[in-house]
Design a protein around this ligand. Structure first.
Ligand SMILES: *Cc1c(COP(=O)(O)O)cnc(C)c1O
Length: 392
């Protein structure tokens, strides 16, 4: 077994979650819509899960919609709210550093359904400017969608403050909280959000599961039509084991949140300072403190992230460059270039995302091999970036 430091791409499934899911594969496998005891058992499991999730979000069960992924929840939130509110306006505000699910949904509406999109800039740490947000609101603005915590650089946006601005102008506010499910406050009333997306695969739950909180009274159209499941907002036979697993995963995460955040923050900071202390010419990407407790994103100047990954992989260390979803292209990360950093810096970025299974030994091992890998790659690299020009 190697050292898995790619927990922001996906996590393992917790054994308590698997145990909770098991009966719904082989024993209580009825269709929740069926009118008999086996159907009822499945239906009850879904409703219990809905209550559990609603409790964690300080929401009402009828405000919780189970979906098939974070991506699906985001598509439903953006396209669904846009289409239902199109008669009032066509303007959506988002940021440059969203996940592709948000950016591409917005782009789709822009190209096909007459939407106008404002992509807010972020500062060097990846945080939006609240004055710019408020200034970009027009009479046509119907939706604000801003990521809670960034999947590449871990920067946490001031969601509650954005919520206040959205409320003041009566604009629907969605946040993509896929990276925030285990470590951040998900109380939708504290956050002031109208919609919130989560998924199972980032919180030690099953892949292919998601949830969308929709505050009651929010106008929204479904994007999937059919049998009318999930209050008519997500037709299709429910993934009962998936829903049960998602709810259990969220509960398990949130119960150990404080303790685990403290542990991960210590490991995170040890990894950051260890690398910066032993490897010259590095840059920490993202905010130094307003960042996820499990995220380390560092650019190693003069070398390619992919080359570093290959060497790490050979040592049994599994990390990633940027986001897993875009790693097939050789374009540098748009998230890192949005911070105002040049392409050369974005090309050398590595994300180590920590998780429950990681120990201090794992961090020590990475710190032991990292200086040698970087030194070897720099010896054969023709690039020399001037570090002084990049100082904050
Ligand atoms: C993973 C992720 C998504 C997409 O979730 P899927 O369940 O893979 O569809 C969306 N937003 C963020 C921030 C993510 O990290």
């Amino acid at each position: 077994m190697g050292i898995y430091l790619d927990n922001s791409a996906t996590t393992y499934v917790d054994s308590r979650v698997r145990k909770e899911m098991e009966p719904f594969f082989s024993k209580d496998y009825g269709n929740p819509s069926s009118f008999h005891d086996m159907g009822l058992a499945a239906k009850n499991a879904i409703e219990d899960s809905r209550k559990k999730v609603a409790g964690i979000l300080n929401a009402s069960p009828k405000e919780i919609i189970f979906t098939g992924s974070g991506t699906e929840s985001i598509n439903l939130a953006i396209k669904g709210v846009y289409r239902a509110n199109r008669s009032r306006g066509n303007h959506i505000i988002t940021t440059r550093t969203e996940h592709h699910a948000v950016l591409d949904s917005c782009r789709y509406l822009e190209e096909n359904e007459g939407a106008k999109i404002t992509y807010l800039d972020v500062d060097r740490d990846g945080i939006i400017n609240l004055d710019n947000l408020e200034k970009s609101i027009t009479k046509d603005t119907i939706l604000i969608s801003i990521i809670y915590a960034n999947n590449e650089i871990g920067t946490i946006q001031p969601i509650a403050e954005i919520g206040k601005i959205a409320k003041k102008h009566s604009i629907v506010f969605h946040t993509d909280a896929c990276q925030a499910g285990c470590s951040q406050d998900l109380n939708v009333k504290n956050l002031g959000v109208d919609l919130l997306t989560l998924n199972g695969s980032k919180i030690y739950g099953p892949k292919g599961t998601g949830m969308l909180f929709i505050k009651s009274g929010t106008k929204i159209h479904p994007i999937i039509h059919g049998g009318g499941q999930e209050f008519g907002l997500r037709s299709g036979t429910e993934n009962v084991p998936g829903i049960v697993g998602f709810a259990k995963a969220l509960e398990t995460c949130q119960l150990s949140k404080e303790e685990e955040n403290k542990r991960l923050t210590e490991l995170r900071d040890k990894l950051i300072s260890g690398i910066q202390g032993s490897v010259p010419k590095t840059i920490l990407n993202g905010h130094p403190t307003k960042r996820l407790p499990n995220n380390v994103n560092i650019s190693f100047l003069d070398i390619e992230g992919e080359a570093i990954l290959l060497h790490l992989n050979r040592e049994g260390i599994y990390a990633s460059t940027g986001s897993a979803c875009s790693s097939e292209s050789l374009e540098p990360s748009y998230v890192i270039t949005s911070l105002g950093l040049p392409h050369e810096v974005a090309h050398g970025s590595i994300r180590f995302s920590l998780g429950r299974q990681n120990t201090e030994n794992d961090i020590d091992h990475v710190l032991m091999v990292m200086p040698g890998i970087v030194k070897k790659l720099r010896m054969i690299s023709p690039v020399r970036v001037n570090e002084d020009e990049l100082r904050r």
